[in-house]
Design a protein. Structure first.
Lengths: 179, 498
């Protein structure tokens, strides 16, 4: 059989018409297939990626009355995510390390180690936050005391509202490239 | 009755052409010397099929919701008939699949089977191994306990180190800004639908390529692969001495796979499934996340790296290894296959294998993690040195020193063993260390009272072999009691970054 180029150059008008007809069919099939892919795929992609481009929700969550915290003590407080799903159960909960530093002054630290996100625990005797994973340690102001963390512990914004201590929710702190 | 059943079978076979399609595939000619070395690939496939079957069984009871998964796992393990065995089979099946896939790869590498024309057999195998590991990671996470939750966080944190799009990937992994109801479902879909689909497709491609290029012969020294003549010679040799795969070769595959399956079920029955950690409550902070055994070596590498190299290794390490493995056959696809002519191949396997084993054992011990389970030191360690040293031993525990320092077998291993520190360091030197901290040690200046420091140093000084003299201070005098701590220079905590 002659190849396409030969037919287009030397072939009979009938042969030439058949080759161009087939070329049209190929284009038609590819176009229809791509359209099917796009029509079916775009809503799925939008569904999966949509939530990611939405700005993070941020809410004030009460964690207890001012009097329930002793000045100078660092305690774990639990509160709920900004946008829990009905089936989240206990996974909707999150925690922070809260310290009362004055009459109505508070500091709240994220529980996530800045190395790889493991949960740091407050060691009262040593006045250190310590990470169980790779031995990261932080001083009581959250600055790095030892180990691999590249950054100090992240903090939450805290306010006192009507005698209640409230923490402003935040996304999980991520250590990014170059930090 | 029997006759009509036979007639029905014949009808089906005639119309579907089944035996004519499958028969020649099963009876394709393989080299006579393809013996026990060749059983790993089919055993890995057998493990995968078993994972699919046990996985479907588990999925019948598993609830892929962040709030309920843990309860459903508890139900499967504790109440469902044979649930514990099923979970055990799925776990040990995963372990076996990883192990056997790696052995298969090691055999193919040792015998250089990846050379012409089987380059893409190897490459599709590498991709299959990656998906197998991805199944391992997501599977560990579906064991949605405290360890599972924190594995998701650690995975997301590693992904967030990717330049520019890192945080985006991290949020994609977590299905939001935080661990929550959607996180688990994401991993469930990956583990149950997406990755298995790729594995099915990969296995199909892998098998098609085996059919296309044939099973390789055992390598012979002095019989190098020459792409221009290989196929012709291979066909000729096969015609002369080959045997049909069914049944001359397949029985070894069947026997080895049976041993593997019996081993998996025996482990599932005798050892049981991995114990569930605490509930997946992100507010439970007294957890100690660590990966399943097949990632312990990587856990160890990340833990022992200098922090400055970490991002590069997290991002670059897997990339270099994956690309290196993937393109290995393109680097050398001809020449000798025999290990005796390629001494680097066995050497690489022995060195690499040893490294992975050592790192895995080290990862299991995780000496870089503080030992939060450490108990106060026993009386016999402290009492003999007097009340001050005993008080110091309490300080040693209260201040968390024991989490990182071992004394006579108790404590952590992140810092130096202090069982005989009295022989090494004078009181002066001890005070400087404690106040200033040092390599990987927090500075305790301002975090310890003068009295506590004094008793702590007395205690540490008492930790010595009774033989030699006490270490001396800079003036050459032996020190019995610590000098006042105030005389020691102190650095600010903030200045103590590594």
């Amino acid at each position: 059989m002659q190849n396409k180029v030969e037919i287009l150059v030397n072939g009979s008008p009938c042969q030439r018409a058949e080759v161009s007809r087939r070329r049209f069919f190929v284009r038609m099939t590819v176009a229809a297939g791509s359209a099917i892919g796009a029509l079916a795929g775009l809503p799925v992609i939008g569904f999966v990626l949509g939530p990611l481009v939405r700005p993070a929700a941020s809410l004030w969550r009460p964690v207890g009355s001012v009097e329930s915290f002793t000045i100078g003590q660092t305690v774990k407080v639990d509160f709920s995510d900004p946008s829990p799903l009905p089936w989240s159960g206990i996974t909707a909960r999150t925690a922070a390390w809260l310290r009362r530093t004055g009459e109505s002054e508070f500091i709240a630290f994220s529980i996530n180690c800045r190395h790889l996100g493991c949960p740091v625990r407050w060691v009262e005797g040593a006045k250190l936050f310590m990470c169980p994973c790779h031995g990261g340690a932080y001083y009581e102001d959250g600055s790095v005391a030892a180990g691999p963390p590249p950054e100090p512990l992240a903090r939450y914004t805290v306010r006192v509202n009507d005698g209640q201590v409230e923490i402003q929710t935040n996304p999980i702190p991520l250590t990014t490239f170059g930090s | 009755m029997f006759k009509s059943a036979l007639a029905a079978l014949r009808f089906i076979d005639d119309r579907t052409n089944a035996s004519n399609t499958i028969g020649p595939l099963m009876k394709h000619i393989v080299p006579r010397d393809a013996r026990w070395w060749y059983v790993f690939g089919s055993a890995a496939l057998c493990c995968f099929i078993m994972q699919v079957i046990t996985g479907i069984g588990l999925a019948l009871a598993y609830v892929p919701s962040g709030g309920d998964a843990f309860q459903s796992l508890k139900y499967i393990t504790e109440q469902a008939p044979l649930g514990s065995v099923l979970r055990g089979m799925h776990f040990f099946g995963a372990s076996a699949m990883v192990l056997i896939a790696v052995m298969h790869m090691a055999q193919v590498y040792l015998h250089a089977t990846y050379k012409y024309p089987r380059e893409m057999n190897w490459m599709s195998g590498v991709v299959l191994l990656l998906f197998t590991l991805a199944m391992g990671f997501t599977g560990q996470l579906l064991r949605w306990d405290a360890n599972g939750v924190w594995s998701a966080v650690v995975g997301a944190e590693q992904a967030s180190r990717v330049p520019l799009i890192g945080p985006f990937i991290a949020h994609f992994i977590l299905a939001g800004d935080n661990i929550g109801g959607a996180t688990l479902t994401r991993f469930y879909v990956l583990h149950v639908f997406i990755f298995p689909a790729f594995i099915f497709a990969g296995v199909a491609l892998h098998m098609l390529l085996i059919m296309r290029h044939g099973i390789s012969e055992m390598p012979k020294a002095g019989q190098p692969v020459e792409p221009s003549t290989y196929k012709r010679d291979y066909e000729a040799r096969l015609k002369k001495s080959g045997v049909p795969f069914w049944p001359n070769a397949i029985w070894r595959d069947a026997v080895f796979s049976l041993i593997v399956v019996v081993g998996i079920i025996a482990c599932a029955v005798f050892f049981g499934p991995p114990v569930l950690d605490k509930a997946p409550d992100p507010t439970t902070l007294n957890v100690n996340p660590s990966p399943d055994w097949y990632f312990l070596f990587y856990f160890a590498i990340l833990s022992m790296l200098p922090a400055s190299l970490e991002t590069w290794v997290i991002l670059g390490g897997p990339l270099v290894v994956i690309l290196g493995l993937l393109f290995l056959p393109l680097l050398s696809n001809k020449g000798d296959r025999a290990p005796s002519r390629r001494p680097w191949a066995p050497a690489t396997l022995i060195l690499g294998g040893t490294a992975v084993v050592v790192l895995t054992l080290y990862g299991a011990k995780a000496p870089w993690s503080p030992n939060f389970a450490a108990q106060p030191l026993a009386q016999n360690v402290t009492a003999s040195a007097g009340p001050s040293a005993t008080a110091g031993a309490h300080v040693f525990f209260d201040k968390g020193c024991i989490y990182c320092h071992d004394v006579d077998g108790d404590g952590g291993h992140r810092g130096p063993n202090l069982s005989r520190v009295g022989d090494r360091l004078s009181a002066d030197q001890l005070i400087i260390r404690i106040n200033n901290g040092g390599h990987n040690m927090p500075a305790f200046a301002g975090r310890i009272t003068r009295d506590d420091l004094a008793t702590l140093v007395t205690f540490l000084q008492s930790l010595r072999n009774n033989a030699g003299p006490l270490p001396t201070d800079t003036n050459g005098f032996a020190l019995k009691a610590p000098p006042p701590p105030a005389a020691v220079p102190v650095r600010s905590p903030q200045g103590d970054r590594r």
